[in-house]
Design a protein around this ligand. Structure first.
Ligand SMILES: [Zn+2]
Length: 393
């Protein structure tokens, strides 16, 4: 999904903000209805029922009726897709959207004439109720069926054209790779390569921590607090951008090099990796691991896997991850003691030694597929368009 900086006029920005507010309202309404549902009761309202309720809500509230029905309906459709993803185990449960944090909406049923180029560096898109809104033509724009408009926490508007990446042709060499979402590195390949998600530079990380301390001290509602928040948001946006870029490049490279790509199935909870450990074997260094796990979440792993599935359709397999970190990839012996440290695996049976994450990646490469994404209990991906990705708060 390619993003472009959107440059609305002041009047247009008011319309865009309304679209965001309507979308959030409709989405949160759907979340609320879903939260009433308990197993045993009648099912929570589906998309069609919610559309009827939306029509009723629009009849009742002038504020909602003044907005675009298409934008509001799309919020329901996105929520529906989020629930499908949730049941498929590939995504978390859709949660509440907060003002100022999750601002965005989607425009669908886009016709080719709804986007045009004005000059070498400027283009414009058609947005309901706002009309033609300019955007920076910073790189080539592919034809899209929908676009998503977002307002980030740094106050910048973007338009992202939902273009499903072209599948990358398989090399046809029969080469297979296992990828482990490592703890010490972002991802380890069974070939021994390490992939590292770009992080903020040490200087920027220091600045981030300084700003966080400042924010904690700043009075609520003060101008100082608002300035610190904005500066923080800018840093986080920069980090997220770098991560997205990394996921695009890495997924293309892997899809080009390997015929088959095996990754862990994250929908299956792996107790050997849980920071808290099991009752029989309580975890050690729980606090440190919890911090690392947050880092993994941030690491863009989910984005990488989604992009791999887009670019190498049918060539990505998900593997049950149980014991991949304790099993010796050379002789198959499973022993917790072989995990010498976070970084080193040294088999107690055959004395094979290697980087712990690479050892896990080799086990994944040798593993057996359990489920491939796309065969969800609700019939799979109804809509192949990229889903909105929200930054962690
Ligand atoms: Zn061994």
């Amino acid at each position: 999904m390619s993003r472009y900086r959107l440059l609305p006029s002041t009047a247009q920005e008011a319309v865009l903000r309304d679209h965001c507010a309507h979308t959030r309202y409709v989405w949160n309404l759907a979340v609320e209805q879903q939260s009433w549902w308990r197993s045993g009761r009648a099912s929570a309202p589906g998309y069609l029922e919610q559309c009827r309720q939306l029509t009723a809500a629009r009849a009742e509230h002038d504020w909602l009726r003044a907005g675009s029905q298409m934008v509001q309906q799309q919020a329901l459709r996105d929520f529906d897709q989020a629930m499908v993803n949730f049941f498929a185990g590939t995504h978390g449960k859709p949660g509440w959207r907060k003002a100022g944090r999750d601002e965005g909406f989607r425009v669908v049923a886009v016709k080719p004439g709804h986007m045009r180029r004005l000059s070498r560096k400027m283009g414009e898109v058609w947005i309901p109720k706002a009309g033609w809104v300019r955007f920076r033509w910073s790189r080539s724009v592919a034809a899209a069926k929908s676009y998503r408009v977002t307002l980030d926490r740094a106050g910048r508007w973007h338009v992202a054209f939902a273009v499903i990446p072209e599948p990358v042709p398989a090399p046809g060499t029969g080469q297979m790779v296992g990828i482990d979402r490592g703890v010490t590195v972002s991802a380890a390949l069974s070939t021994g390569e390490m992939l590292r998600v770009p992080r903020l530079s040490p200087a920027r990380q220091r600045r981030l921590r300084r700003l966080q301390r400042k924010l904690a001290r700043a009075k609520r509602g003060s101008g100082r607090r608002a300035r610190v928040k904005l500066a923080l948001a800018r840093l986080r946006v920069r980090e997220a951008d770098a991560r997205k870029d990394w996921a695009e490049k890495t997924s293309t490279g892997l899809a080009r090099r390997f015929d088959l790509i095996r990754v862990e199935d994250l929908s299956i909870k792996d107790m050997t990796r849980s920071a808290r450990g099991t009752i029989q074997e309580p975890g050690r260094k729980v606090r440190q691991k919890a911090g690392l796990n947050r880092g993994i979440l941030r690491s863009g792993w989910g984005l990488l896997v989604r992009r791999l599935e887009d670019k190498a359709p049918g060539r990505v397999e998900k593997i049950k991850a149980a014991f991949t970190s304790q099993r010796c990839s050379a002789c198959g012996h499973i022993a917790a003691e072989s995990r010498e440290s976070q970084a080193v695996f040294a088999c107690v049976a055959c004395s094979f030694a290697c980087n712990a994450d690479v050892n896990a990646a080799r086990n994944i490469a040798a593993g057996h597929a359990v489920t491939a994404r796309g065969r969800s209990p609700l019939g799979g991906r109804v809509n192949r368009e990229p889903q909105p990705i929200f930054l962690p708060a």
